[in-house]
Design a protein. Structure first.
Length: 308
């Protein structure tokens, strides 16, 4: 039982009324729920401990990370507790779901540039905070960028995030193989010299392409083929012919992130100063554009489950 935020959220499953499913992963399901004593709608991530019995350390790390972070662009857990064979993590409910859900429902060919700039700026703010506190997110992608009803953007899912300040000493690099292949940096795949914060910058660049096209590069290929293509091919990017609708500064931003040598990639802090972000708008702009007319998240999730 663990209480993680100022407001006292109960740690008894009976104090929550579970509504519809709004997300799922390999070993976790996310539900919309009502916290009865506080009369507040929340999201509850239910992790099946039997399905992830080999990764209890990873789960503890995720919950620990979610409890320590405090930034407007990161999802922070309210509390967590064990219930039967599962771990419940109670979080704020981001009513519009992920950018991936929004694209699959209404923008299959990707978003317009001002929308992309706004989303990416908010994600970068989250990465600046995480990197500054010694964390690598390790799974930056559209499916982990959540949007609230008012257009607020938060980066979620620290299922694979690593702390580089473990035991007080800064560990220069990690050697564990985690993340989603399409978004994975070459140095993470190679497992030769480990990796650091710059792995998130590669994933950020891939996410930029995903938001621009509605899907990640190589997404139609099986994982092993993705690994080979990422390691052997030139880095993906915005094509000057096919992607005429996008600005030169957007193409340059993507190009700066998708460099195979991690030392040549900019830091999240430096990227935030890139001229591309002059195109970024307010959260309210997101609410008026991409969120306008979307059906409720649970309904969209049911439809997507049937389609995909």
């Amino acid at each position: 039982m663990e209480q993680l935020s100022g407001k006292r959220f109960p740690t008894n499953p009976k104090d929550y009324k579970i509504y519809e499913e709004v997300g799922e992963g390999v070993s976790a399901t996310v539900y919309r729920a009502l916290c009865i004593p506080l009369n507040e709608i929340v999201a509850i991530k239910v992790l099946d401990l039997e399905k992830c019995n080999n990764d209890l350390d990873g789960i503890r790390r995720e919950v620990q990370t979610m409890s320590l972070i405090n930034h407007p662009n990161l999802v922070r857990a309210h509390c967590s507790f064990a219930a039967d064979q599962s771990l419940w993590v109670v979080m704020p409910y981001m009513a519009e779901g992920s950018c991936l859900h929004i694209m699959k429902t209404a923008y299959p060919d990707g978003f317009e540039e001002p929308v992309i700039a706004t989303l990416l700026r908010e994600v970068l703010k989250a990465l600046v905070y995480l990197h500054g506190h010694g964390h690598i997110h390790r799974d930056v992608k559209a499916g982990n960028i959540l949007v609230d009803i008012n257009g607020a953007v938060k980066l979620a899912d620290f299922g694979v995030s690593a702390c580089m300040f473990d035991t007080g000493d800064r560990q220069r690099s990690r050697n564990t193989f985690v993340g989603t292949p399409c978004w994975m940096a070459p140095e993470v795949m190679q497992q030769l010299h480990g990796y650091d914060f710059k792995a998130d910058i590669w994933s950020f660049g891939i996410t930029a392409l995903e938001l621009a096209h509605g899907h990640a590069p190589f997404s139609k290929y099986p994982p092993m083929k993705v690994l080979l293509m990422t390691l052997q091919n030139a880095p993906p990017g915005l094509d000057y012919e096919r992607d005429k609708r996008f600005s030169k500064s957007f193409k340059e931003l993507v190009g700066a992130c998708l460099v195979k040598d991690p030392k040549k990639r900019p830091s999240s802090e430096k990227l935030l100063k890139h001229p591309f972000f002059k195109h970024a708008r307010t959260n309210d702009y997101l609410a008026r554009t991409i969120l306008d007319g979307l059906s409720p998240l649970g309904q969209r999730f049911r439809v997507l489950k049937v389609w995909f």
